[in-house]
Design a protein around this ligand. Structure first.
Ligand SMILES: Cc1ncc(COP(=O)(O)O)c(C=O)c1O
Length: 392
């Protein structure tokens, strides 16, 4: 008999979709995949080389559970220079991806029945992790009409005696939007007043295009920094999803607790992977790679936005950031009985994979990842448009 907690777990919709696309491709079917939650660009050579060198030099044993000292030092410099927040190396914990950082924080803070405010649409892992830790996700809606921005009033009215934490993910997966500074300042003040921690997941910070101002939540003030867990990752920034290197920065006594949980769960992030991550930060090539990748995604954003706008009855906003765009297909999903059904139809008829919005708490929407070549984007959206024509 399985535990009650595990019974609520849902399989990751993006991972199962990616598996389905891979299986179709292996059978020679010409599928265009807009489902992947990761860059299509390979990890840069200089990072791979640093990892290989570490292996050759015998960096193959357990490192400290909080991360190799050089990486914690380099992250402290990065956070000051790029994010405008001063964290000591001892306030930084290197984790097996941002995913594990989030799990460490939740397991450190949540007692059975504690509530976690989760802006919606949301990245699905948050919801499942909150439940796994015995917490209750309390959704805070955002709307397309308001550019999916998080509103102070919506947060305020959902706070109860049991509210322990709010998750802020800006830039946001799946909408690609960046929250407005003024609103987050007000929400952070409210959290301070009500004794609520903030988890700020900033994994897509490097993929912000023009027009939107990025800021780290912890940079708002010293008081806000004290209640904030700043979570980040090498996955999207340096195309290192498979390496599993992320980190969290927070107040020192909390960091010590996270290190302790980490040591019991996984011991550490793979030693040689940490040397690759260190090189990504230290080598000037790292900044160049990030700039070039951002340009690639920026061009693709224009292409997919313009193409989706051409589909009648689809509402779409141009994302501020990330490689996701989140259009409203409800005109069509209502005709076939929901977004999951329409996604299945598109895979079947058009050989195009998209992730249904219901996986992110937003029925009627689709998440398109534009981490694929420009021609694939054009062809994929054209196929979607044609397949939908036969539905009206
Ligand atoms: C918002 C968000 N946070 C965290 C992650 C996980 O990152 P990592 O690969 O570092 O675990 C993802 C990956 O899709 C994400 O979209």
């Amino acid at each position: 008999m399985l535990s009650e907690r595990v019974k609520t777990l849902k399989p990751s919709p993006t991972i199962s979709l990616t598996a389905k696309v891979r299986e179709l491709k292996s059978r020679g079917v010409d599928v265009i995949g807009f489902g992947a939650g990761e860059p299509d660009i390979d990890t840069p050579e200089f990072i791979k080389e640093a990892c290989a060198k570490a292996l050759r030099e015998g960096k193959t044993k357990y490192p400290p559970a909080g991360g190799i000292p050089e990486l914690r030092e380099a992250l402290s410099e990065k956070l000051e220079k790029f994010n405008g927040v001063r964290y000591k190396p001892s306030e930084i914990v290197v984790t097996v991806g941002a995913k594990l950082a989030i799990y460490l924080i939740l397991s450190a803070l949540i007692n059975e029945g504690d509530e976690v405010l989760l802006p919606s649409p949301y990245w699905v892992t948050y919801e499942d992790q909150i439940r796994l830790c015995g917490g209750v996700p309390v959704l805070v809606p955002t709307s397309m009409g308001e550019g999916f921005s998080l509103k102070f009033e919506e947060v305020e009215k959902r706070i109860t005696e049991r509210t322990r934490l709010i998750i802020i993910n800006s830039p946001t997966n799946p909408t690609g939007m960046v929250y407005r500074r003024r609103e987050i300042e007000r929400i952070a003040e409210l959290c301070l007043k009500r004794g609520i921690y903030i988890l700020s997941d900033e994994c897509y910070e490097s993929l912000i295009f023009e027009d939107s101002e990025f800021f780290s939540v912890a940079s708002l003030s010293e008081e806000v920094k004290r209640i904030t867990f700043t979570v980040n990752s090498f996955s999207k920034t340096y195309s290192m999803t498979g390496w599993r290197v992320g980190y969290v920065a927070c107040e020192e006594s909390l960091a010590r607790v996270l290190v302790s949980i980490n040591s019991h769960l996984v011991s550490n992030t793979a030693t040689f992977a940490q040397y690759g991550a260190l090189e990504a930060l230290k080598n000037p090539e790292g900044e160049r790679f990030v700039r070039e990748a951002r340009e690639i995604y920026r061009r693709r954003r224009e292409i997919i936005y313009e193409a989706l706008k051409e589909i009648p009855e689809v509402r779409v906003l141009k994302p501020d950031a990330t490689f996701y765009i989140f259009p409203d297909f409800s005109f069509y999903t209502s005709k076939v009985g929901g977004d999951v059904k329409l996604a299945e139809y598109l895979l079947e008829e058009a050989k195009v994979a998209v992730v249904p919005g219901s996986a992110f708490g937003a029925e009627g929407f689709f998440r398109f990842s534009f981490a694929l070549e420009e021609d694939g984007i054009r062809e994929g959206v054209k196929r979607v448009k044609e397949a939908l024509e036969s539905l009206v």
